[in-house]
Design a protein around this ligand. Structure first.
Ligand code: CA
Length: 334
């Protein structure tokens, strides 16, 4: 493999707590020999599995980075057996901008895997995770929220594998996270996400969706804090059993089918007819797209394409043709 351009002072084989940065060379207009300093912590003690905790995949999803920061500051290395690699703000330029994509190269980190060690900054970051971090680890946790465009019911996410044994491990980890829902999401089969890549690498992989709308939700922060600590117990890094207060597993396991995503066909203003969490039926009126500049024109009605729970709801009122307005999660066949 071509040598990478990034550098770090972190020694991944050393015990105790180390905090520092992955320094990605980036020479923009106003900076001759500058770097993008991506924060990283390694907390290690004795024997046990290696778990990667990632936040800031999208820069406008805040619960994960907040909780991972808490863990970096507060976790006593003596309280774990194993190694935690914590990257709270992996796509730092996007996190600092509060944007889904990096303002440096315009890329969505979660569509760049396996990345390129000598590519643009976002491509280098996905290569760092894929080629350097994944081979060290047994498990991978990717903490997302809904981002600026969607509100989503707090949930643990399973990115499915072709291997039934691995899928069983994903289900157990998602149950341990103890979110109100667990949702199987294949991202329409896209192989370029960090969880799809972790699954291909054979890591026990669990994602999240926690609130959204570009805001910080107190409920989602609480669920994230409990969920991450539950996963540390589940993976055997901490003693004790996961606390189960929010999920009704396995009754709460859903999936996003090919009919889950409801897109606008027009430019306009989207009016949802149901609140997040509503039980909905295929064929039922779901929402309307209004044309405010021409009141003579009747709104366009959108109908639900599948039965399920209204799982994701667009946050901004303005929509363009092709925007995702609603996501319906369907109950998994028993
Ligand atoms: Ca996301």
């Amino acid at each position: 493999m071509t040598k990478q351009a990034w550098q770090t002072d972190i020694d991944f084989d050393k015990g105790g707590k180390q905090t520092g940065f992955i320094r990605l060379p980036y020479s923009g207009h106003d900076d001759a020999w500058g770097v993008v300093p991506v924060p990283i912590a390694v907390i290690s003690n004795g024997q046990g599995p290696t778990v990667i905790l990632q936040g800031g995949n999208h820069g406008d999803e805040y619960e994960g980075p907040i909780i991972l920061g808490e863990i970096v500051r507060d976790l006593d290395p003596g309280s774990i057996s194993g190694r935690l690699i914590i990257v709270p703000a992996i796509n730092l330029p996007a996190v600092n901008a509060g944007q889904r994509v990096s303002p440096i190269d315009g890329l969505n980190f979660n569509r760049t895997f396996p990345g390129d060690p000598l590519g643009s900054p976002t491509m280098q970051l996905s290569s760092l995770v894929n080629d350097f971090l994944f081979p060290m680890a047994h498990a991978f946790v990717d903490l997302h929220s809904g981002g600026s465009s969607l509100s989503i019911i707090p949930s643990a996410i399973i990115d499915p594998s072709d291997d039934p044994a691995l899928n069983g491990k994903f289900e157990n980890a998602a149950a341990a996270f103890d979110a109100p829902m667990t949702v199987i999401i294949s991202n329409r089969g896209d192989p370029r996400t960090s969880t799809a890549s972790a699954v291909r690498a054979g890591l026990v992989t669990v994602g999240t969706e926690l609130g959204g709308a570009g805001t910080v939700s107190p409920d989602a922060v609480r669920i994230c804090r409990k969920g991450v600590h539950n996963l540390l117990r589940h993976f055997g890094l901490m003693e004790g059993s996961p606390t189960r207060t929010d999920s009704r597993f396995p009754e709460s396991v859903y999936e996003l089918t090919a009919r889950a995503h409801h897109l606008s066909e027009d430019d306009g203003v989207f009016e949802p007819l149901h609140n997040l969490g509503a039980e909905v039926r295929a064929g039922q009126a779901a929402g309307r797209v209004h044309f405010l500049s021409d009141p003579r024109r009747a709104p366009k009605q959108l109908n639900f394409a599948t039965d399920g729970i209204l799982y994701g709801l667009r946050h901004p009122g303005r929509v363009r043709a092709g925007n995702c307005c609603m996501v319906v999660a369907s109950r998994c066949p028993a």
